[in-house]
Design a protein around this ligand. Structure first.
Ligand code: F6R
Length: 596
């Protein structure tokens, strides 16, 4: 996720672009840049946050321009890879939010045609594609270049010889703000509210040309589009979180897009990635902390199911000091920040032991990505809320992808099984959206139980780590004592804690453990505990055993942790809201733990 802004008007563009850009910093903050049309094209960019760019940049005269704040997905967060990216002659510049999934092929073709590249980004290919098509009209050149691009995008393009911005979108947000004698462009309305509240939302496939006193939109068939502006009634303050009261809720609601982005360009090929080709791993060890550890625990079930490779999971701080075994597993380090001290230490230890390492990380250029042999990036975009939500779900996506690589490489997975996996992965955003649509129901239930002191979470098999993660989210942000158990363990001790005062949340989807799960639910309800269950839609049995039920759409059980954890994220969020907790910044917890 990155942030884009554009301005064409009568005032100096530079301060307006910076002001708007700062409101998009939540979308990315690893590097930033500005291109202004004055006497030709002036470009300035830097690594780091927008404040760094602002402190370093010279005065740039000109009344039109574009700017970008980046969250790297392709190419490290360096000054060279920061946007805007220019063509060979620095005559035009491009900013982009999204992923060009066929950029490798496009880049090879452009190199053959003599284009010179100055970054490792997917975006730069677009600058060269437009350069190759430009013969007068910028909008037509952009429209022609778009025909070659696959993936998702919001683009804005300027050329040094005209005060015009050309923009286009496909599955990435882009809005035009209308002013008097000036017009604006941004990834979301929040960036523009200081200047205007009249917005025109661009649609997929459209190309817009924006000057100080005109907006022209054409659709994918080249037909002119007339669209009335909408009046936005949000206050500036509301808008910073995109209208959500907390970043955590916003990030929970971004999960369908985050899953979609994490799959883009990665599931089409039937061939394993080069790193996995020729490597037959006899075992896997997943090492991580906190929420990432829970993702790893789900990953164990997925990897063993799809590749049959024995997999263990260990907490990073435990692995670092554990005895060396005879095995030489593939060590998978899961860390959204890529900076967690214990996980970094574990990665170094794994390499010292001579093991191959794979990192699963959300931050391109983070420490772990420089240490491991291979990285699978989750493409969740920046996560501001301390409690991990969309990074967890995209870690699960990365683990499905990893399991498919391993299963394909060792031939445990047939091409047919792989195709079925792909279909199911593609359906996940919809399953998550279904859950999000039930947020009001989950809030009502959470309000009912928000005064509990203790809460227990139970699940079996692949749903046991989901229970653990639900308990962690609950304790972390609502300060209710939450504990997760494998449901079959209750009678070996935890039942002593169960009372009418302690609600039990049961992950009870219909899988091969379902009947046993119903038995475990009976054990707690017999002791008077209220039971709130998550089950598959259409299950008429579950309501007979529980006090409340939240339904998810029926999907193959191996995928159910994705929608079920979203239920529990919302559950924890609404419990915390009802208790008046500081949701985005829970006490005593930091987003990135860089100490042992
Ligand atoms: C909980 C949470 C933490 C992190 C843990 C590891 O909501 O966010 O438990 O999961 O500190 O962090 P990363 O994934 O950055 O290594």
């Amino acid at each position: 996720m990155c942030g884009i802004v554009g301005y064409a008007g009568r005032r100096g563009a530079q301060p307006i672009l910076l002001e708007c850009l700062k409101r998009l910093e939540y979308r990315g903050y690893d590097s930033a840049g500005v291109a202004i049309v004055g006497q030709g094209l002036q470009l300035f960019k830097s690594k780091g946050e927008i404040a760094v760019l602002e402190s370093m940049m010279p005065q740039m005269a000109g009344t039109a321009g574009i700017a970008h704040t980046r969250w790297a997905t392709q190419g490290k967060p360096t000054t060279e890879n920061a946007h805007p990216l220019a063509d060979c002659s620095n005559g035009l510049a491009v900013v982009h939010n999204g992923i060009i999934s066929n950029f490798m092929q496009l880049r090879e073709g452009l190199l053959k045609d003599g284009h010179k590249f100055s970054s490792d980004t997917d975006t730069e290919v677009f600058a060269h594609l437009v350069e190759a098509e430009l013969q007068g009209d910028l909008s037509s050149a952009v429209a022609k270049a778009l025909k070659k691009v696959e993936g998702t995008y919001a683009f804005a393009v300027v050329s040094g010889d005209r005060e015009e911005i050309v923009a286009a979108r496909m599955e990435s947000p882009l809005v035009v703000g209308l002013g008097d004698g000036e017009n604006f462009l941004a990834s979301d309305v929040t960036a523009l509210l200081k200047y205007t509240n009249r917005m025109v939302y661009l649609q997929d496939g459209e190309v817009a040309s924006i000057t100080k006193d005109s907006l022209k939109i054409i659709d994918a068939n080249g037909q002119a589009v007339q669209r009335e502006p909408q009046k936005i009634t949000w206050s500036l303050e509301d808008a910073e979180k995109g209208g959500y009261p907390h970043f955590m809720l916003k990030e929970i609601f971004e999960q369908p897009d985050a899953i979609h982005d994490s799959l883009l360009g990665r599931i089409e090929s039937l061939e394993p990635e080069p790193f996995f080709q020729g490597n037959n791993f006899s075992s896997v060890k997943i090492v991580a902390c906190g929420t990432s550890y829970h993702a790893g625990m789900v990953g164990k079930y997925i990897i063993e199911e799809l590749s049959r490779i024995p997999t263990t999971v260990q907490i990073s701080s435990e692995y670092r000091y554990s005895p060396i075994s005879r095995e030489s597993p593939l060590v998978v380090l899961v860390t959204q920040s890529g900076e967690t001290a214990d996980t970094l230490g574990a990665s170094r230890e794994a390499r010292k032991r001579g093991n191959k390492t794979v990192g699963i990380a959300n931050v391109v250029g983070s420490a772990i990505t420089r240490e491991v042999d291979h990285t699978i990036f989750t493409r969740a975009g920046p996560e501001i809320g301390v409690a991990a939500t969309k990074t967890f779900v995209t870690q699960l996506v990365a683990l499905y992808l990893l399991a498919m690589e391993l299963g394909t490489q060792n031939r445990s997975m047939t091409a047919q099984a792989r195709r079925a996996m792909v279909t199911n992965l593609r359906n996940l955003p919809r399953a998550v959206q279904d859950v999000l649509n039930q947020a009001p129901l989950i809030e009502a239930l959470a309000n009912k139980y928000a005064s509990a002191r203790d809460m227990y979470f139970i699940g079996r098999g692949i749903n046991y780590p989901v229970a653990l993660e639900g308990a962690l989210k609950t304790k972390e942000i609502s300060y209710i004592h939450g504990e997760g158990f494998p449901a079959g363990e209750l009678k070996h001790g935890p039942l002593a804690l169960i009372s009418t005062e302690s609600p039990v949340v049961a992950v009870a989807v219909r899988d091969h453990t379902y009947e046993k799960m119903l038995g475990n639910i009976s054990e707690v309800s017999a002791r008077g505990s209220p039971v709130i269950a998550i089950g598959f839609e259409g299950d008429s049995e579950l309501p007979k055993y529980v006090d409340e039920a939240i339904w998810i759409r029926e999907i193959p059980p191996i995928f159910s942790p994705v929608p079920t954890i979203v239920v529990l994220q919302l559950w924890a969020y609404y419990l915390a809201k009802a208790r008046g907790c500081p949701i985005d910044k829970p006490r005593n917890i930091a987003k990135t733990v860089t100490v042992e």
